[in-house]
Design a protein. Sequence first.
Length: 361
Amino acid sequence: MAHARRREALRAQLHSHDLDALLVTDLLNVRYLTGFTGSNAALLVDAGDEEHTVFCTDGRYDAQSRRQVPDLRRVIERAADLRLAKEATERGADRLGFESHVVTVDSHAALVEVTGADRLRRAPRLVEQLRSVKDAAEVTALRAACAAADAALEGLLASGGLRPGRTERQVARDLEDRMVQAGAAGPSFETIVATGPNSAVPHHRPTDAELQRGDLVKMDFGALVEGYHSDMTRTVVLGAPAAWQRELYDLVLAAQAAGRDALHPGADVREVDAAARGVIDGAGRGEEFLHGLGHGVGLQIHEAPALSPRGVGRLQAGMAVTVEPGVYLADRGGVRIEDTLVVFDGEPELLTLTTKDLVAV
């Protein structure tokens, strides 16, 4: 039922863009609209009704698509996009939208051969606009993904997995294994573990660098559950924190709280970024906050909206976003604190529940 409701919402967009149909070829968008998880498929969404909406995949996925897409007419053919474009043309669709943000030049040329150039209409990111606002089923999956990440970090800390002598790679692998044990299909992206001076690199990739007493250790990781991603960053210190480490941590924590407090329906995404960034600017550390405040999260780890000085748009109830300010002192260390939240009327729902108090291991 959720997939049918999403397709109905897309039809309203097709009418507003004066399209007879939309050829959906991005696989994540196909999944969002149908539930299909294979590696080759296309979907023709008719602006009129479900009767003329058609799903196409190849023979490898015949049985799978029967299970996952039982509510649509199915066609089995390898060149799924061309097959559905031909059907739309034969049906008389004069304004056929296509996902121009993902269709290659060569694929577009092939579509033109089937439909003629006059029929095709660029229709970028129509489905992504719908995906930016999560429905109840999506929020449930996001909660489960965040819970798996929370459980993994809790287990890591309880087992003494953060200790001098372990390498960044060992800790990253440990976290990923624990997320799977907690019910995840796998990590939602390559886990970041950065110790000591490496923690000052926002997207450091784990190495054989060993954790040492006195280090800040930054961990940015997430779990994948039912196709949905979680995203969380926590920074801890090995041993008693030095004064500069506590000062840096408290600054980022205050900025993170300001960013979370700014999340509400109707808020301009640039103003949300500014709420957190202003705290760091006020402490004279603005040049050491090197990225946007956050991003949408769902079927992709990074999706709309972007909470940044260059972001566009306003928050809506149901959007799932991260809030992740960071301050990075080159050659010394850095702190980032990140949560995943869902915007609702009133308070946003916090999905990543691990403490944000400074943990000294």
